[in-house]
Design a protein. Structure first.
Length: 197
């Protein structure tokens, strides 16, 4: 069984490529938050305008975590904004629900602000005390993962790894079809013959 990535990583990974935001709508956001039972109640309280703020924080979390993998420069902007969030006065409340500790929101507090603050803390905690991270090497993939093996290159070998293998295969096919020898060369010519000793 593979353990799920820490929440700060799966949050950053909701922006999976430059063209794909997996929490672009409230329905998608609720589906993401449902995977984290402790966050579900507070997450469902986030409205459409709150989601815009949460997505802006997500972009900062992604930039911060990616810079820790050597992808991109450690930006002062994202770090400063997340630090400001982490320091802001908290509307955090916690409740026990069916034996599980869950994030709750104080009355009159903004659920989106609580979320943004919680995830800013999670991102800092991951970088300060968590395992090392790596970025997927897939083309236009922005996903991150915990470096579980030193040779792991893909977020998902069946997706990004496979796409890269298919592209490399197509490049080899193309190179084979582009004639490098003149048309007069016999088709079975494969370079110098090896001397038999
Ligand atoms: Zn990937």
């Amino acid at each position: 069984m593979t353990l799920p990535e820490p929440v700060a990583i799966t949050f950053a990974n909701t922006r999976s490529s430059s063209r794909r935001d997996r929490i672009a709508t409230l329905t998608q956001w609720r589906a993401w938050v449902d995977a984290w039972p402790g966050l579900r109640v507070a997450g469902h309280a986030v409205d459409a305008s709150g989601l815009l703020a949460v997505r802006a924080t997500r972009d900062d979390v992604q930039l911060l975590l990616r810079s820790a993998t050597g992808e991109g420069q450690p930006g002062r902007g994202p770090t400063a904004r997340l630090l400001e969030l982490a320091r802001s006065s908290s509307s955090l409340d916690l409740r026990w629900r069916a034996g599980r500790l869950t994030l709750a929101v104080l009355p009159h507090a903004a659920p989106a602000a609580l979320f943004a603050q919680h995830l800013a803390h999670a991102a800092f905690d991951l970088l300060l005390t968590g395992p090392p991270l790596a970025a997927c090497q897939g083309q236009d993939c922005l996903k991150l993962f915990v470096t579980s093996r030193p040779d792991r290159r893909w977020c998902d070998s069946a997706v990004c790894g496979n796409r890269t293998r298919v592209r490399a295969h197509n490049r080899r096919q193309q190179a084979r079809q582009t004639p490098t020898l003149s048309e007069e060369e016999p088709p079975d010519r494969r370079g110098p013959q090896r001397k038999v000793m």
